[in-house]
Design a protein around this ligand. Structure first.
Ligand SMILES: Cc1cc2nc3c(=O)[nH]c(=O)nc-3n(C[C@H](O)[C@H](O)[C@H](O)COP(=O)(O)OP(=O)(O)OC[C@H]3O[C@@H](n4cnc5c(N)ncnc54)[C@H](O)[C@@H]3O)c2cc1C
Length: 379
């Protein structure tokens, strides 16, 4: 067993760190304040081959393993969690299911421009009445000739207002709760697809989140993803992959909180000495580093299992719940170390604490992760 990244993984991690320093750090505060989608940064990510990292080069990807991709998400999120999430939801939840379940034709037509970063992807599953309880969805898809007619409202769709390609889900057989939901690939320009309410959020404000409305939206039969009735399976499989990305995002946020805390505590003088000389501060910093390292190894392990072709559902859920809760706890501790200044705009830790919270909610809440873990242990 080797606790060491390969030279290639280290190189890609360092390249992403450099990319984030150069292109993301200079805009991170502004895009948060204005809730602005950083189109120019996403374009640069695309040019650098970062938007389709774990997919084969024949489909426009970079052909690296999932662990390397997750490490890149961590490094990007260390600078800006919203930009890290834009890349992660595009890669894990939109490109991922097309790669894993799509036909050769779908991979060429939809995945290739997405993996090249020419098209941005979104994953529209959640509905106003169906969050954790995915089965409570009400969207329907009715076959009419060679087309399915989609009707329904999806909510909280990340990348929703700016995406080109949506992976979405609707009932093709409402009476079959297990095998009645089907996944579809829907291009943005399809008549009947529109962007509804756009949400103003506490954190990851540069990530764009909206409703997606399907009103008599006609989607050709060939855009069914996987088999008719496989929707629920595809959604759950996509979450397994996506959760590794969210765990990595959480570790990136927590690492940034630690970076800021070390630097600030060495500079801030109270009682005639830097606050870092107090054991109370040292212990917070020691705990942060310990938990971050533990979280990092949890997501590395889940990604490693995935790369080996081994089952990783439980490990992805474990990584996600641990890293998310660890991230929220330590982002709050980082604000504590910064005192009153940490509570005000102008200190990065204020943004980190707001960004941290969402990692406990999306791609399955912490409670949902525990259901997955317990379900695996108790079956
Ligand atoms: C910023 C943001 C981005 C998002 N991006 C996407 C996206 O791109 N695509 C997408 O499809 N969705 C997306 N979501 C939706 C997200 O996945 C859901 O918000 C999440 O799954 C929780 O659903 P809910 O908000 O309806 O909460 P609910 O399901 O109503 O849950 C409320 C609370 O009850 C708890 N709870 C529910 N059921 C149980 C139970 N059985 N046992 C114990 N506790 C339970 C939950 O854990 C939570 O604490 C996003 C959400 C946000 C806020």
């Amino acid at each position: 067993m080797y606790f060491k990244l390969t030279e290639e993984q280290e190189l890609i991690r360092d390249n992403m760190r450099e990319f984030a320093r150069t292109y993301v750090d200079p805009v991170a505060v502004e895009i948060d304040e204005n809730s602005r989608y950083p189109e120019e940064v996403i374009k640069k990510l695309a040019e650098g081959g970062w938007m389709g990292m774990p997919f084969p080069t024949e489909y426009g990807g970079a052909g690296v393993d999932y662990l390397t991709y997750a490490i890149a998400v961590e490094e990007l999120s260390r600078s800006c969690a919203a930009t890290g999430f834009t890349m992660s939801v595009h890669t894990g939840l939109a490109c991922g299911p097309i790669f894993n379940f799509g036909t050769e034709e779908q991979k060429k037509k939809f995945l290739t421009p997405m993996a090249k970063g020419e098209h941005l992807g979104a994953f529209a599953l959640t509905e106003p009445g169906a969050g954790t309880d995915v089965g409570a969805a009400t969207s329907t898809a009715v076959l009419d000739g060679d087309e399915y007619v989609l009707n329904g409202v999806k909510t909280f769709t990340s990348n929703g207002p700016v995406a080109n390609t949506y992976v979405t889900f609707a009932w093709t057989d409402k009476n079959d709760k297990r095998n009645g939901m089907t996944a579809f690939i829907v291009p943005r320009e399809t008549p009947g697809l529109s962007v509804g309410e756009e949400f103003k959020k506490m954190g990851i404000r540069a990530s764009q989140t909206s409703e997606i409305i399907f009103k008599d939206c006609r989607v050709p039969k060939e855009n069914v993803l996987g088999k008719v009735g496989d929707g629920l399976k595809i959604a759950m499989n996509s979450f397994d992959h996506g959760r590794i990305g969210i765990a990595a995002q959480a570790v990136g946020i927590a690492q940034a909180a630690l970076d800021e805390s070390i630097s600030y505590s060495k500079q801030r003088v109270q009682f005639g000495k830097p606050i870092s000389r107090n054991q109370a501060i040292q212990w917070m910093i020691a705990d942060m580093h310990t938990d971050i390292t533990a979280g990092r190894f949890l997501y590395y392990y889940a990604a490693y299992l995935k790369d080996q072709g081994l089952p990783f559902t439980k490990e992805a859920a474990m990584a996600k719940v641990f890293c998310a809760e660890m991230c929220s706890k330590h982002a709050s501790k980082a604000v504590q170390i910064h005192g009153g200044y940490g509570y005000c705009k102008g200190q990065k830790v204020e943004r980190l604490m707001r960004d941290a919270k969402i990692t406990e909610i999306y791609e399955g809440t912490s409670e949902a992760q525990r259901m997955v873990i317990a379900g695996n242990l108790l079956r």
